[in-house]
Design a protein around this ligand. Sequence first.
Ligand code: ADP
Ligand code: MG
Length: 267
Amino acid sequence: MSPALTTSEDAPRVEATDGAPAVRLSHVHKSFGRPGAATAVLDDISLDVAPGEFVTLLGASGCGKSTLLNLVAGLDKPTAGTIEVPGARPALMFQEHALFPWLTAGKNIELALRLAGVPRAERRAEAERLLELVRLGGAFGKRVHELSGGMRQRVALARSLAQGSNVLLMDEPFAALDAITRDVLHDEITRIWAERKLAVLFVTHNVREAVRLAQRVVLLSSRPGRVAREWRIDLPQPRRIESAGVADLSIEITEELRGEIRRHGQH
Ligand SMILES: Nc1ncnc2c1ncn2[C@@H]1O[C@H](COP(=O)(O)OP(=O)(O)O)[C@@H](O)[C@H]1O
Ligand SMILES: [Mg+2]
């Protein structure tokens, strides 16, 4: 095993100074369908994300990643178990930007600020600041159709940050982007995560992306989704996705992921 990689058995748990996690899932189960004919999607998931920690949740398609993230976002309720998010309601960002096309980039962000209770007089300046943060200063008046895919995801990120939460949930947010744009956005999210001290729970089926970004990679099994294994990633940030360190760990994690997929007869 490479030195930058430790498994959950030998890695110390990341704890907040006051001990309270930003997100805590305890024995979470989720089934869909009628009682008696229900399908278990998530089975006994227990997972903490510490304040300021970057965790990627990795698994094959259909293993329940989005289901889990929606539960943490409060969009759905677990069938059993508990989910605690002590701070403000977490922000959720998707693969599709979900911006309102009839509003400008700036107005999309101002709307989120309004919903977060930011006074009207402060919204314009704060929206400008958030656009600067995602390196889109000057794009305030641009409409969604005038922006590239990468720029739209930057606006979507700024809008998520406008919600003022210290927990950011990201559901394959860069999966539809070309590799170069994705690479640049990896640098941006790493920078913003560190600057804003966010707790990030980032879902992906891309092993290299998971290793590039995270302090901890959590692998979910399929049918039902369970925590199969986790790795602490101690490579220094910012990392490069093509670096030998990221590649070596990715090979090791891919082997496990393949094992999971084989065990459950998918693909
Ligand atoms: N609202 C729902 N009703 C019924 N089944 C669902 C619902 N949402 C998700 N599922 C099922 O749960 C499983 C996991 O889905 P999902 O969480 O979207 O996976 P992932 O994001 O890992 O690709 C899939 O088999 C999917 O069909
Ligand atoms: Mg999904």
